[in-house]
Ligand binder design. Structure first.
Ligand SMILES: N[C@@H](CCC(=O)N[C@@H](CS)C(=O)NCC(=O)O)C(=O)O
Length: 215
C-alpha cells in the first residue's frame, strides 16, 4: 500500500493518524505542495484532482479524499472502532468531522491561496486573515456542538477517539498555521490535548514527519 502525503498537509495528517490508530503500515511518498508537485502529470494520473492524500492499494486500485480513505480503513480494519455502533451516534461523529473536513479545510488549501493571490490580488496578510477566519469558524462550530452535547466526553464522542477527533486535531493544527490558538475554544482545546497524549496522533503530527523542513 502506498500513501501520497506531505508533512504539512492537514488531510494527509488525518490519514496518518488513522493508519497509526489501526496499526496499518503504508509506504509513504511525498508530494511537496509548496513546489507544486501535485500538478505533475505523474501525480495527476494518480489523482486528477491534484490533491493529497491518495492511496494506492496493493491491487493497484486508487483511493482519494481523506474521509473516504479513513472510512475505508474503518471498514477493512474495524479495530479499534473509530465510529460508534449506533447509526444516530455515527451521524454525530461524521457531522463533527465534516465541520472540519468539508466546511473549514477546503477554504485554506493551496489552490484557494493561489486564486486569492493571483486572481483577487490578496497579499500574505490578507491570506492569513482569511485562513484564520475560516479555520476558526469551523472550530467555533465544533466547540458549540461539543459544549452542548451530552455525548461529549474525554474525546468528541465518549472516552475513545473517533474520526471526529482525528478531524478536530487536523483543524486545530491548521488553525495554528494561520496564527490561531485553540485555547479560544476550551472544549476543542481540552480534546486536542487528550488526542496529543496518544502516540498515533503524536507520531502523525506534521512537525513529527521526516520531510518537515529543518530550521
Ligand atoms: N477534501 C480533501 C482535501 C484534499 C486537499 O485539498 N488536500 C490538500 C492538502 S491538505 C492538497 O493537496 N491541496 C493541493 C492544492 O490545493 O493545490 C480531503 O480531505 O482529502
Amino acid at each position: 500500500m502506498i500513501v501520497y502525503t506531505w508533512w504539512r498537509s492537514l488531510a494527509a495528517f488525518r490519514v496518518r493518524i488513522v493508519l497509526n490508530l489501526k496499526g496499518v503500515s503504508a509506504e509513504e511518498r511525498q508530494v511537496d505542495l509548496r513546489k507544486g508537485e501535485q500538478h505533475d502529470p505523474a501525480f495527476r494520473a494518480i489523482n486528477p484532482q491534484a490533491a493529497i492524500p491518495a492511496l494506492i492499494l496493493d491491487d493497484g486500485r486508487i483511493l482519494v479524499q481523506s474521509m473516504a480513505i479513513m472510512e475505508y480503513f474503518e471498514e477493512v480494519y474495524p479495530a479499534p472502532p473509530l465510529l460508534p455502533a449506533d447509526a444516530t451516534e455515527r451521524a454525530r461523529v461524521r457531522a463533527l468531522a465534516q465541520m472540519a473536513v468539508a466546511d473549514g479545510h477546503p477554504l485554506v488549501t493551496p489552490r484557494v491561496r493561489e486564486y486569492l493571490e493571483r486572481e483577487l490580488g490578496h497579499d500574505e496578510v490578507q491570506y492569513m486573515a482569511w485562513s484564520r477566519h475560516f479555520t476558526g469558524a469551523a472550530l467555533a462550530a465544533m466547540e458549540g456542538h461539543l459544549r452542548r452535547d451530552a455525548q461529549t466526553g474525554t474525546f468528541c464522542h465518549g472516552d475513545q477517539p473517533t474520526l471526529a477527533d482525528v478531524c478536530l486535531a487536523s483543524q486545530v493544527v491548521g488553525f495554528s498555521y494561520f496564527g490561531g490558538t485553540a485555547d479560544a475554544f476550551p472544549v476543542v482545546h481540552r480534546i486536542y490535548s487528550a488526542c496529543m497524549q496518544i502516540d498515533a496522533f503524536q507520531h502523525a503530527h506534521p512537525l513529527a514527519q521526516p520531510d518537515v523542513p529543518k530550521p
